[in-house]
Design a protein around this ligand. Structure first.
Ligand code: PHE
Length: 494
């Protein structure tokens, strides 16, 4: 037996027991000899030593009757039948009405029942007994019984035990276990040096590990199977955590992040992207136009360039949309409806340098709120501009992104956006179904040429909340923003 595995209390108990081989130790003796106040320590140490074969334990169990809650009260104040009987004998007219005013209702009823069974009766409206000494003797026996508890069943009168067991809350029976221990030859053989108590370590520090003390130390064991409360600490909102994750994936893929304002012009939000000025999405139902600023100045060379493109295609060889372009419409202030408004401005400012840029940011659309729509939501936007960039590269980039998010099955389908050609929709397989998560494409010459961009630009914009619904398994998008604390606490850490 490896004595090093013994815990301190076991060492102490064995050391004490080695002093008296052959002795049968009671709990009280162990407590005194070990100088312990807590019985549980002795029982635990005895258990450990017994398991290790160093002591043998003798256990005997015995039943015991003791007072329950009502019993303790009865011992203090007298049994109910005794109190009522005393009152009857001392009262001039012990009537039912008098009894009911003297005793509370929950006592009067049961009390009368008890006394009736002892032969007390109502005669001409008052309580009387034909044999008062018999009543007194019974009450005395019951009182003595209550006073004698706790006691072993053998020492008690069976009929009284039965009587009190039939009454609620007066007595209860418990099983007590009495243990005693004696040392075994193996226990006697353990060297006393091995029984020196060591400082028990429950917290491991750097200093402790750097010293040599860890080699000799006694470690307090932890029971890892015990239930424990989950600590409630602050944590990121699942949306914030998801944004961080998206961000780190794009950063890892060599992109830089772009952050820009919500308030933009219709010119950058739409005209620059070759969205025709009479496009239905420009009407009030989709876009939040602003009262203040109602309009934001744009340089004339821009509105002129967009005008030429929209009216007749400018220098691009396109025929444009026709009609009359309005610079005033271009200058209207709005809350951006997509983050493409920011990537296009980034390209306008850096038309010649190859780049990879992304943003995860908020956009606004005049939508009715329902299970899958919110008027404020986030887009994951990105562009790659470089010589030779092509559709294959766009699809591969999106597939890589979703694979890193944990969705390896991605497909694209042809789609339409006024600013890209070809255009596509991205779909991700989730629980066996294809879900549309966003749009992508290669910017048209009508978009790139007026800004002096010469290399192909791959672009995409995807819904973040849609992705959150997949990641968190939601069927209602509103759950993300109602601040349901219970739900928030239970969300997995992404
Ligand atoms: N801006 C589009 C949207 O809001 C997505 C998109 C971005 C499509 C870039 C193609 C290229 O849905």
């Amino acid at each position: 037996m490896d004595a090093v595995a013994l815990l301190n209390p076991e060492r102490r108990m064995l050391r004490v027991m080695q002093g008296k081989s052959g002795h049968q130790w009671t709990l009280t003796e162990v407590l005194t000899a070990c100088e312990w106040g807590d019985q549980a320590v002795a029982v635990g140490a005895g258990h450990g030593l017994s398991n290790a074969g160093l002591v043998s334990t003798t256990e005997s169990s015995s039943a015991l009757f003791r007072l329950a809650d009502e019993g303790h009260k009865a011992k203090e104040n007298g049994l109910l039948e005794s109190r009522i009987w005393n009152w009857i004998t001392q009262s001039d007219t012990p009537s039912m009405a008098a009894l009911q005013s003297e005793f509370e209702r929950h006592e009067a009823g049961p009390g009368v029942g008890l006394l009736k069974r002892l032969g007390v009766q109502l005669e001409s409206g008052v309580f009387v007994s034909s044999n008062p000494s018999e009543v007194e003797a019974a009450i005395e026996a019951r009182t003595a019984f209550i006073q004698s508890l706790p006691a072993a069943p053998e020492s008690l009168d069976v009929s009284l035990v039965e009587h009190f067991q039939s009454r609620r809350g007066l007595i209860e029976s418990v099983i007590t276990i009495t243990r005693s221990w004696s040392i075994t030859p193996q226990g006697q053989a353990i060297k006393s040096e091995a029984l020196v108590e060591k400082q028990s370590v429950s917290e491991i520090t750097t200093e402790f590990l750097q010293s040599d003390a860890w080699k000799e130390a006694d470690y307090r064991p932890f029971d890892v199977t015990l239930e424990s409360a989950t600590p409630r600490t602050g944590r990121s909102h699942p949306m914030q955590a998801l944004i961080e994750r998206v961000r780190s994936i794009f950063l890892e893929m060599g992109f830089s992040e772009l952050v820009d304002d919500y308030v933009q012009t219709a010119g950058w939000n739409m005209d620059a992207l070759f969205i025709p000025q009479d496009h239905p999405a420009r009407e009030m139902q989709d876009t939040f136009y602003l009262e203040n600023p109602k309009s934001i100045d744009l340089p004339e060379h821009l509105t002129d360039a967009w005008g030429a493109i929209h009216e007749h295609g400018g220098e691009t060889g396109s025929v444009g949309w026709g009609g009359k372009f309005s610079a005033e419409t271009s200058e209207r202030g709005l809350l951006r409806t997509h983050t493409t408004v920011n990537t296009i401005q980034y390209l306008a400012a850096n038309p010649k340098n190859a780049c990879r840029v992304f943003s995860v940011d908020r956009v606004f659309r005049k939508e009715a709120i329902d299970r899958t729509h919110l008027p404020e939501f986030h887009q994951i936007e990105g562009i790659i501009m470089e010589e030779g960039a092509n559709l294959q590269m766009l699809v591969a980039t999106l597939k890589t992104f979703y694979a890193k998010m944990g969705y390896p099955e991605v497909r694209v389908r042809p789609a339409y956006f006024p600013y890209t050609e070809p255009s596509l929709e991205i779909e991700v397989k989730w629980r066996g179904k294809w879900l549309e998560l966003g749009g992508a494409g290669i910017f048209r010459p009508e978009v790139t040429e007026p800004l002096g961009i010469s290399s192909p630009v791959l672009a995409w914009g995807m819904g973040l909340e849609r992705l959150a619904m997949l990641v968190l398994g939601l069927d209602d998008i509103r759950q993300l923003y109602i601040s349901d604390l219970e739900w928030l606490r239970n969300q997995p850490i992404l």
